[in-house]
Design a protein around this ligand. Structure first.
Ligand code: NAD
Length: 362
């Protein structure tokens, strides 16, 4: 049954250069949207996700059901499962890997550091190992993060800026991933593109992120903590709408060159890229709350608190000129429009059954 579903899921309908994409973290927020976009245009897509309980598993299952309705099969497995991944590569010819599975969230790293090492370092290496051994090798696009800029205060952040001051273990594992990508490209000829996403938000989003948990708490009449950075300055984020991120991911897959390795050996130079995918217009947290209040039609109970040292950084702001030039990336949705769509989705998805507990993370 399992094999049949993988094969069916990977049957491409697109005649002009169809791709067969393995999407890791497919039941996650970004993975769901990217999988749907690829399938919609006719590519073959198979997903993998371990449905971990970092946030509500029911939401991941609902995303999986949505994907199933569109003919996308998500295998319930861990990216560290080498045997399973090898079997998938034997069953179908994967041309591209969109690697999105990771332990996300900066604050949770203080509670469970091991999960970051396990998924973001060991898991990433396993994905690269499987791709290195595959014949032919797929091209890989994977999610790094804007968090690699860490304590850097020179904004907007460009890809050439320093990334040697991570503020959280999450950021450190993403930075380590970029170094690991370099070695697999250098030694084995894997074509690898890293994408530094900037605070992605939208329908089917992540309940641990501030815009989501604020919405939940505002609707329940519960107070929300609004952090302030050094000198009582409001925190700001370069919030990027999910559809814009999806465009950037798909363009990265489309422009990815073939890997040049064979039998685990490099036969020529291979592509290695890194791009910021942001919105280039940071918004402060109080302004985010103003917009939520407007669309929820409820006043928030704001509690202003000094930002604890928990892995957060005071602000993010992307320079996206590299992605603009090389991927024709052009973010089109501003925070007002994007949050309106999120609130609409939230109200229709949860109705009156809003879950009670939530984490807050960026
Ligand atoms: P998400 O948590 O919703 O999705 C990640 C998915 O990966 C989850 O469904 C999880 O169950 C799965 N997963 C985790 N570890 C796994 C493992 N070992 N094996 C198999 N599956 C595993 O997060 P997201 O927001 O969709 O993020 C996608 C990617 O983008 C992640 O790599 C994240 O670090 C990165 N990123 C996200 C943002 C953002 O704002 N959402 C910003 C920067 C970077």
């Amino acid at each position: 049954v399992w094999e049949k579903k993988v094969r069916q899921s990977c049957l491409p309908r697109r005649e002009d250069n169809p791709m067969v994409v393995l999407v890791t973290g497919a039941a996650g927020f970004v993975g769901t949207h990217v999988s749907l976009a690829l399938k919609k245009r006719g590519d073959g897509v198979v997903g993998i996700d371990n449905f971990n309980s970092y946030y509500e598993v029911s939401l991941k299952i609902a995303r999986q059901e949505l994907l199933a309705k569109h003919g996308i099969f998500v295998i319930d497995a861990d990216i560290n499962d080498a045997f399973l991944l090898k079997t998938v590569f034997e069953l179908v010819q994967i041309t591209h890997v969109m690697h999105l599975a990771a332990q996300a969230g900066v604050r949770y790293a203080m509670e469970n550091p091991g999960s970051y090492v396990q998924s973001n370092i060991a898991g990433l290496v396993n994905i690269f190992e499987i791709c290195k051994a595959a014949n032919p090798q797929p091209a890989i696009v994977w999610a790094s993060s804007s968090s690699v800029y860490g304590l850097n205060t020179k904004v907007p952040f460009s890809e050439l800026d320093r990334t040697d001051q991570p503020a959280s273990l999450y950021a450190a594992t993403k930075k380590a991933g970029e170094e690991i990508a370099h070695t697999y490209n250098h030694i084995y000829g894997l074509s690898i593109t890293g994408l530094r996403f900037f605070t992605v938000y939208g329908p089917w989003g992540r309940p641990d992120m501030a815009y989501f948990s604020f919405t939940r708490n505002i609707l329940k009449g519960k107070p929300i903590n609004i952090y302030q950075g050094p000198n009582n300055k409001d925190l700001a984020r370069d919030f990027t709408y999910i559809d814009d991120i999806v465009e950037g991911c798909v363009a990265s897959l489309d422009t990815a060159e073939k890997s040049t390795g064979s039998g685990g050996k490099k036969t020529g130079p291979a592509q290695l890229r890194i791009f910021n995918l942001g919105n280039t217009s940071p918004v402060t947290v109080p302004t985010l709350v103003d917009i939520l209040e407007k669309y929820l039609n409820v006043k928030a109970k704001r509690e202003i608190v000094k930002m604890p040292r928990n892995g957060d950084v005071p602000f993010t702001h992307a320079n996206i000129s590299a992605a603009q030039t090389q991927l024709q990336y052009k973010p089109e949705t501003n925070l007002e429009t994007g949050l309106k769509k999120f609130v609409k989705w939230y109200l229709s998805y949860y109705g009156d059954n809003t879950p009670h507990e939530s984490l807050v993370a960026w």
